[in-house]
Design a protein around this ligand. Structure first.
Ligand SMILES: NC(=O)C1=CN([C@@H]2O[C@H](COP(=O)(O)OP(=O)(O)OC[C@H]3O[C@@H](n4cnc5c(N)ncnc54)[C@H](O)[C@@H]3O)[C@@H](O)[C@H]2O)[C@@H](O)CC1
Ligand SMILES: Nc1ncnc2c1ncn2[C@@H]1O[C@H](COP(=O)(O)OP(=O)(O)O)[C@@H](O)[C@H]1O
Length: 289
């Protein structure tokens, strides 16, 4: 248990997690899953690219950024291993998504909250694969919570910070400031896995299960308070979803690895550094007996 968070299990990496994170044998890239990251407005693609790079670093076999054609030049100039697919009109977004046939999808990081962004979010919600919904996706869900709850399930992970969680469950914030209660309330009311970000990250499930991924004792964790760190976390989680980790496990393990990356990078950390610290973190973790 963690101080100040009674009755809460602390997330710990197990041998099974390590086995499943490793890549070995004769498997090929398609065996490790395909992540699609939905991107937003043309000149604001950085957050989607951060998520995409994080998903690739955590071992998804393929990662594609799906963007409007207007944004293609900006993305193409900055993507190499990550693939790029475009659509020319919002109605074609669904068709392109079907062609890509992802194993997990991330939407939210600078996705926008326009009418067309909402149409695309609805297409994503209709997919049967695991989803990580962050940032602007959460803001849109908060505007029509009932419709989301009717479609949500525990294959969906929402990753709100405190501002976003308040939008999702404003009434609960009037009743309590207990972060555990807030995370559990959101998971129960929305019917999906909720990762509540903060120095202590909470992962709650609709059945009330809740684990904490604590930053206690992790050097330099406070350097995660920087723009884009959450976008990277969304990418880590989506990559783990594509690799077949169950949503609550993907969320907690993703948050754990995120903290370990901060410890490796240290002071001066910016969000781009986090995915690129993952090889050192994974090498150390996978060589543990
Ligand atoms: N490099 C990039 O392109 C970046 C893009 N970003 C995108 O910018 C968009 C807006 O996201 P923001 O979160 O900045 O703005 P939001 O407006 O969604 O949320 C910020 C609001 O929530 C409040 N708040 C309360 N508790 C908070 C907490 N613990 N952490 C953060 N805010 C808290 C803030 O005071 C503020 O009013 C998203 O689409 C996001 O993905 C950001 O992730 C930053 C980096
Ligand atoms: N002081 C801190 N200690 C540990 N982790 C932190 C701290 N501040 C922020 N984080 C982590 O950094 C990430 C920030 O995400 P978020 O607020 O969504 O930022 P952004 O929208 O800029 O990407 C979350 O994973 C959060 O848990």
């Amino acid at each position: 248990m963690t101080a100040g968070l009674p009755d809460l299990e602390t997330f710990r990496v197990t041998a099974d997690h390590r086995d499943r994170l490793a890549k070995s044998g004769h498997r090929h890239k398609f065996d490790y899953g395909h992540v699609v990251v939905g991107a937003g407005p043309a000149l604001q693609g950085g957050a989607a690219r951060l998520a995409a790079r994080a998903a690739l670093r955590i071992g998804a076999g393929l990662v594609t950024v799906l963007a409007h054609r207007d944004a293609a030049d900006a993305h193409a100039a900055q993507l190499n291993a990550i693939m790029l697919q475009t659509y020319d009109q919002t109605p074609r977004f669904a068709g392109q998504l079907a062609v890509l046939s992802p194993d997990a999808i991330c939407v939210g990081p600078n996705f926008g909250t326009s009418v067309t962004a909402r149409e695309k979010l609805n297409v994503v919600l209709a997919q049967s694969v695991p989803l990580c919904l962050d940032a602007d996706a959460i803001t849109m869900i908060a505007q029509d919570r009932q419709a989301f709850s009717a479609r949500a399930s525990d294959r969906v992970v929402l990753t709100p910070h405190a501002g976003e969680l308040r939008r999702l469950i404003p009434g609960a914030f009037d009743r309590t400031d207990c972060r555990v209660t807030l995370a559990r309330t959101a998971a129960r009311d929305l019917g999906c896995v909720v990762l509540f970000k903060g120095p202590d990250t909470l992962v709650a499930q609709p059945d009330g299960t809740c684990v904490v991924v604590s930053s206690d004792g992790i050097p330099h964790a406070a350097w995660l308070a920087t723009a884009g760190a959450g976008d990277v976390l969304a990418g880590f989680i989506t990559g783990l979803l594509a690799r077949g980790f169950a949503p609550a496990c993907a969320a907690a393990l993703g948050a754990h690895l995120h903290l370990q990356c901060a410890a490796v990078v240290g002071p001066g950390l910016v969000s781009e550094d986090l995915p690129d610290a993952l090889p050192r973190v994974l090498s150390a973790m996978l060589s543990e007996p």
